[in-house]
Design a protein around this ligand. Structure first.
Ligand SMILES: Cc1cc2nc3c(=O)[nH]c(=O)nc-3n(C[C@H](O)[C@H](O)[C@H](O)COP(=O)(O)O)c2cc1C
Ligand SMILES: [Mn+2]
Length: 460
């Protein structure tokens, strides 16, 4: 079984300190977000189960994917193996299995019975829009031309009993699919599901070609087909064991003001202009858990990383086979290491990576002996290897994201930067890294040397 409940049970068994049950009544306005935020500020990242959220009968579960250790537990690999495991799933995708029925349809509300106000009405940050948000919804839609299905996360702003605004980043697959429907004046059927095993969340964040269906990546991640059922009111398929599904359509030609909403960057960037999702049916499991992701906290940043690093490493290696490592280090920031064979390679890498994704805005290229997961080493390489007049590349008028607070325009058009922090292969002056003979290092016994010293010193 690969659902949210079984995963929480596994975490309770394998990592009991990773689940925090909160039974007292909490407010959906800021308080659930505040508790997860405060825990994070205290370096604690548990799954938090809010059993009693004011004005809703549904419990809320937050921070399910808040640590790499839990993602690794979900995929049956090590933390360091996450990217590779993702790569294996992409190489061996597995089609979903269509079932006649599933627990996600244990309760069905159709038409006038739909009331989004029965869901937890979560409000996160004090400068956000007053309307509540659903943050952990994965949207499924089908391309009207290719028939391929697509999954991606989209924040939903609850407007009334049966409509939400839906934020779709420009150029991403759902936005492109929506524009195809819109160009023919048709509504786009969608379903939003939430409350899923982490493999579903990670698979939904596959960012490669639209030829690949994210459901198959989820199967690859699970090493078995994901079980899906057909929606009640349209032809789309949703995970049979999800906690909730909202079925409906996005109307053509209509937009409304949405937000502000504090995002993964840690900032809200004003109001967006978003299409409208009309909900025709709401289905859920018995005693359904409402899944939540507090935007801007670690969980939000961690989730896209395995998929993104797999794709960026694949693209980087195709452009420059000498690439040795890729790290998504911070929002919009990628570090890449290369065993350089000629001095034109770093620029080629930067071009490739800056172009490939709206969420890549700065790329730093370092030599292979720099550890890309160590900020200090990368910053040191920038200071010591790069010459600003020669090694900084500015790319103007690129498609980035309007969620970047430095981006002045709502179309996401911005400037990107690449920093070549590799040493030139044939510089004007000889440059060698400090080295002492390895043989000598190997022969020195530290405990023998320190036998008479009572203090162990750690450098600051
Ligand atoms: C928690 C979370 C929330 C997200 N919210 C949105 C959103 O509101 N709008 C959006 O366009 N992308 C959002 N994303 C990013 C997309 O899910 C991501 O870019 C996706 O991989 C795009 O898929 P595609 O390549 O099929 O277009 C979110 C990601 C996460 C992890
Ligand atoms: Mn896609």
């Amino acid at each position: 079984m690969h659902d949210l409940r079984s995963f929480i049970d596994t975490v309770r068994r394998e990592r009991p300190r990773d689940v925090l049950d909160i039974h007292r009544t909490v407010s959906p306005r800021y308080e659930t977000a505040a508790i997860v935020t405060k825990l994070e500020q205290s370096s604690r990242f548990p799954i938090v189960l809010f059993h009693d959220v004011d004005r809703s009968t549904f419990p809320v579960v937050s921070n399910v994917c808040g640590t790499q250790a839990r993602l690794a537990l979900a995929l049956g690999c090590s933390i360091r193996g996450l990217r590779e495991r993702y790569g294996e799933a992409c190489e061996q995708p597995i089609k979903p299995e269509l079932k006649k029925e599933g627990p996600v349809q244990e309760h069905i509300f159709v038409g006038k019975e739909v009331n989004l106000k029965t869901l937890p009405q979560l409000v996160y940050h004090q400068d956000d829009a007053p309307q509540p948000y659903i943050t952990a919804a994965i949207i499924v839609a089908r391309d009207p031309q290719t028939g391929k299905s697509n999954l991606s996360f989209h924040r939903l702003m609850i407007m009334n009993e049966n409509t939400t605004a839906i934020f779709m980043a420009r150029g991403k697959h759902l936005d492109r699919i929506y524009r195809k429907y819109e160009s023919t004046g048709e509504p786009m059927p969608i379903a939003a599901f939430l409350g899923v095993h982490p493999a579903c969340s990670l698979g939904a964040l596959y960012t490669g070609t639209s030829e690949v269906e994210e459901y198959d990546i989820i199967g690859g991640l699970l090493r078995s087909p994901l079980q899906v059922v057909k929606c009640m009111t349209n032809q789309l398929h949703v995970p049979a064991e999800a906690e909730f599904v909202l079925e409906g359509f996005v109307s053509p030609g209509k937009r409304i003001g949405e937000g502000p909403f504090g995002e993964f960057t840690g900032y809200a960037t004003g109001m967006a202009c978003c299409p409208i999702f009309t909900v025709q049916a709401l289905t859920c499991r018995d005693n359904a858990f409402f899944q939540d992701i507090v935007s801007g906290l670690t969980e939000h940043l961690l989730l896209p990383i395995p998929g993104m690093e797999h794709r960026l490493l694949t693209l980087a290696r195709a452009a420059v086979p000498a690439t040795t490592a890729v790290k998504v280090a911070a929002p919009l920031t990628v570090f890449v290491a290369i065993k350089k064979q000629d001095d034109s390679q770093p620029e080629r890498l930067m071009e490739e990576l800056l172009d490939c994704d709206i969420y890549v805005k700065q790329v730093v290229v370092v030599d292979a002996d720099v550890d890309v997961s160590d900020f200090r080493q990368v910053v040191t390489a920038i200071a010591l290897h790069a010459r600003p007049d020669r090694d900084i590349f500015i790319k103007r008028r690129c498609l980035g994201t309007e969620l970047d607070p430095s981006c002045e325009s709502p179309d996401g058009i911005t400037t990107k930067i690449g920093i070549n922090a590799t040493l030139p292969l044939n510089g004007l002056r000889p440059v060698n890294r400090n080295r002492v003979p390895q043989q000598l290092l190997d022969s020195i016994d530290v405990s023998e040397l320190l036998r008479h010293s009572c203090e162990v010193q750690v450098p600051e």
